[in-house]
Design a binder for this molecule. Sequence first.
Ligand code: FAD
Length: 79
Amino acid sequence: MMADPQNLETDVLIVGTGPVGLLAANALMEKSIDLYICDKLNAPVEELRASTFHPPTLDLLEPLCLTSAVLENGLKSPE
Ligand SMILES: Cc1cc2nc3c(=O)[nH]c(=O)nc-3n(C[C@H](O)[C@H](O)[C@H](O)COP(=O)(O)OP(=O)(O)OC[C@H]3O[C@@H](n4cnc5c(N)ncnc54)[C@H](O)[C@@H]3O)c2cc1C
């Protein structure tokens, strides 16, 4: 649902629905923290940007059970 930016009330405003914004939103939602997330684009970018996954990224995705899915579609960086 689109919010009226003139009357937006939220505890956390996340600008950008890339991986960082979405992971931050997920972490805040798990703690029931009120948030609003927005992006200047109306749809996800279609340019491929995730061919290689670094160990810290995989550590973040593991609790979300996303590790095996992303590794099926990309490479794991050794370091
Ligand atoms: C061609 C290419 C290949 C890449 N390959 C890899 C790879 O293989 N492995 C890897 O780990 N990383 C790769 N990267 C880096 C990758 O882009 C980042 O790891 C990842 O996308 C960063 O996530 P992010 O959420 O910080 O930013 P982004 O994914 O860039 O998301 C930022 C979001 O913020 C939005 N935004 C920006 N400014 C505003 C604004 N003023 N108002 C509202 N919304 C806004 C944008 O529309 C976008 O949706 C690649 C990058 C490029 C360009």
